[in-house]
Design a protein around this ligand. Structure first.
Ligand code: PLP
Length: 364
């Protein structure tokens, strides 16, 4: 028997979440964001489940090439940070990859290149202050790019900093207004603005291409609206088993740092899942773990390969019983909340030693 930790990937749930995305943005084309190994869900099985999308977006050139080699020949594939050297430009042409352009250096590389037929997404910085050109540069940029024989098509894009936070609505509105004011000079160019949060909350951002990531994986980007309320189904279920049971006396302690002490006789289940698997080390005592459909609480520190759960009340729980760390019945958002992070980080952090198993079950 191998170590029992597994991440089940439900392809029907991925396909379902894509159809929900279409329902939210019926007039836009969808570029499904599958960066970071499809948010930890596995690139190929995710691409397969999402094959009715209108395009894919990611950051890793090698993964983009792997998609083409696997037979995804007709969908646009967008590289969200674009190319990093002139050498890469040849690969963009060869594999017909679209590129984000966010920096002057990239325009200079394009100015002298031999490549042709490149589709570019010109990124405007409307307030995220991470990537993108200043809005006032847009007219000059469009002039230079339109005169460049390497370039076949231009889409103008931007990215929101706060579409997921109601309390920052003003900031969101400022970004959107700046984008619209900036792009008014050339109203024919297609736009791409919306991430998951904007797709769900702000239909006015949908435009020509939406860029959903998190929602495709069945997690909610909001703290005040659950995935179920949005209509999404979690695509990943992280599971393991109880590999040992300890009986504590009052006053006994558990794990590194002895930071949990039993205030009564307790039964502790040892689960084969730790931070080297991607479970957050900062998840505190009290973080829920699902065993036999009962919510038990994590106690003590998460260690590299194991975590410890209070099963004193769950009297039916036995050695080798399956454990759900997150997934069906226990949203990853909830674990992220306990650990002081976001579901994005937990999904991406599932490590390579956790086998991803494609689950052949309906999304229900
Ligand atoms: C990751 C990413 C997205 C997807 O964001 P979600 O919040 O996961 O929907 C969209 N656009 C860009 C530029 C990204 O980097």
């Amino acid at each position: 028997m191998p170590r029992p930790i597994l991440a089940y990937i439900n392809q029907a749930a991925l396909a379902h979440n894509l159809s929900i995305t279409r329902r939210y943005a019926p007039h836009a084309r969808i570029t499904a964001v599958i960066k970071a190994n499809a948010y930890g869900h596995g690139l190929m099985q995710t691409a397969d489940a999402l094959k009715s999308t209108d395009g894919f977006a990611l950051l890793e050139l090698e993964a983009a090439i792997n998609l083409r080699d696997a037979g995804y020949n007709n969908l646009p594939i967008l590289l969200l940070e674009g190319f990093f050297s002139t050498h890469e430009l040849a690969l963009f042409e060869k594999y017909r990859l679209s590129t984000v352009i966010h920096h002057e250096e990239q325009i200079e590389m394009l100015a002298n290149c031999k490549q042709r037929g490149l589709n570019v997404f010109l990124k405007i910085n409307t307030g995220m202050n991470r990537l993108g050109f200043e809005p006032k540069c847009l007219p000059t940029l469009l002039e230079r790019l339109s005169a460049n024989p390497a370039i076949a098509g231009i889409t103008v894009m931007s990215h929101f900093a706060t579409a997921d936070e109601v309390s920052h609505n003003n900031n969101f509105m400022r970004q959107l207004q700046l984008f619209d004011k900036t792009t008014r000079i050339n109203p024919k160019l297609p736009h791409s603005l919306a991430n998951s949060a904007a797709i769900i909350r702000y239909p006015e951002t949908h435009r020509d291409w939406v860029r959903p990531g998190l929602m495709l994986y069945g997690a909610s980007p909001f703290s005040d609206q659950s995935a179920t309320e949005i209509g999404l189904i979690p695509a990943m279920m992280l599971t393991s088993k109880i590999i040992a049971i300890q009986h504590l006396k009052q006053g006994d302690q558990v794990g590194y740092g002895c930071n949990f002490q039993a205030d009564k006789p307790m039964r502790i289940g040892i689960v084969a899942c730790g931070y080297a698997d991607g479970y957050p080390r900062h998840a505190p005592t009290g973080t829920p773990v699902l065993i036999n459909n009962q919510r038990c609480r994590l106690v003590g520190r998460v260690s590299m390969d194991m975590l410890t759960v209070d099963i004193t009340e769950a009297t039916d729980v036995q050695l080798n019983n399956p454990v759900i760390l997150w997934g069906k019945g226990l949203p990853v958002e909830e674990i992220a909340h306990y650990a002081g992070t976001v579901s994005y980080e937990l999904l991406c952090a599932v490590s390579t030693r956790v086998k991803l198993v494609v689950e052949q079950v309906p999304a229900e």
